[in-house]
Write a protein that binds this ligand. Sequence first.
Ligand code: GLC
Length: 437
Amino acid sequence: MSSYVTRKTPGDTSWFVHDRFGMFIHWGLYAMPARHEWIKSREKITEEKYDIYFKYFNPDLFDPKEWAKKAKAAGMKYAVLTTKHHEGFCLFDSKYTDYKSTNTPAGRYLVKEFVDAFRAEGLRIGFYYSLIDWHHPEFPIDPIHPRRDDEDAYEQSKDRDIRKYAEYMRNQITELLTNYGSIDILWLDFSYPDSRMEGKPWMRGKGKDDWESEKLISLARKLQPHTIINNRSGIDQDIWTPEQYQPQEWIRHKETGELVVWEACQTFSGSWGYHRDEMSWKTPEMLIHMLINTVSLGGNLLMNVGPTARGYIDYRAENALKVFADWMKYNSRSIYGCTMAEPEFVAPKGCRFTQSQDGKRLYIHLMEYPFAFLELKGLAGKVEYAQFLHDGSEILFTEGNSKHFSLGRLEGEDLLVLNIPHIKPPVIVPVIELFLK
Ligand code: GLC
């Protein structure tokens, strides 16, 4: 059994640390301007101007069954959808707002269709819910709000009552956790209490006291005790969510130093929402490396897709999903049910290890393909059988020294030497599976 123990938390993370790989979906009105989901804030767009998107939102090609099939083929086991992003637009039929998909030309109840389609494919369901809301009339203007630079920002903002907004959130979370059956993840986003605006002391960021996070979370816990909640409401909960970077170590709790359950979230390119002209798409190698690196440090990967305004996944995202599908089809055994290898196993240069949580199998990911031999320290005498994971073909090995006349090594080194083919198999990252004694 794996010796790593993580901090105890209330939600049920047992399935999560097994499944390891999920799909993030950022979708909303911002898919129409198609230049980043923060467009309303970045370009300081007024309500009236932004309304044009609401007026014409019509994802006629939205077919969540297609999305779900693609996610499943990519090896993803769960999906987290933006039920509401910072722009405030709801993809669900909330009683508490008119600003929702059912009131657009789409006329559809998108969250419901998403839930049904993904469940039908056997995927677990997560709801992203933005704490930030740039549409709600009681949401005070702050340093990232679209109206922050208006001359009369103070006038516009001074009578807004964040308590009313906090109540609105509780009402909506109640809807989300009541109307769709079991919800596996609640992904709240985000807190920025230290944010300030120069010259405008009244304008400040928001955090747990503004969201009334204690109340919000105890409500969510009451409605669905098992739900995994992230920690972006400003109170530590079940999962830590590093964004757009690759941690170099298993994440630890700041105060206690305990290992925590974590999930890296990443984009295919530099935007979460559909971005037509964004060109920094990650290469197939980067994508597969991210997944392996993450699991090799005990984490999960939540890989984002930003569907188009017409509701389909564009060719670039589709290609990226296909990269995962091709690799996962044969190599998922080194991901599902796996975690960081025990400390006694140290990966050689250019390799990453994962280990099955029952401790019986060790996976060597060949990120840089070595030529002819792979020498592993500390593994001599511990391996019963070795094979490539993608085709189940035997990898021969010797123990002790690398027996090569040119090495001039001393006898008696404790090496396991894998004899690997000279030519890299046609797999982005080949994996060797070691069955431990
Ligand atoms: C950030 C961004 C947001 C995105 C999220 C995903 O908080 O504000 O646009 O949804 O990260 O992690």
